[in-house]
Design a protein around this ligand. Sequence first.
Ligand code: ZN
Length: 69
Amino acid sequence: MKTMTCNELGGACDEKLTAESWDEMVTKMTKHVMDNHPDVAEEMEKMHNEDPKKWGSIMKPKWEAADSN
Ligand SMILES: [Zn+2]
């Protein structure tokens, strides 16, 4: 398991999100921003529409660098 904060993933709060895999983290983060930060969700959707790989290319290295727990 790895834990990252919403902030680290481009979000707007310090909530900790824990996941087994990057794919799971993406799913959790997506749900978290849609539930809690509609404005951030909108930004992410825009970014995704412009370049579907951009968010992942920025955030995945942070996931790789995060300590397992
Ligand atoms: Zn958040």
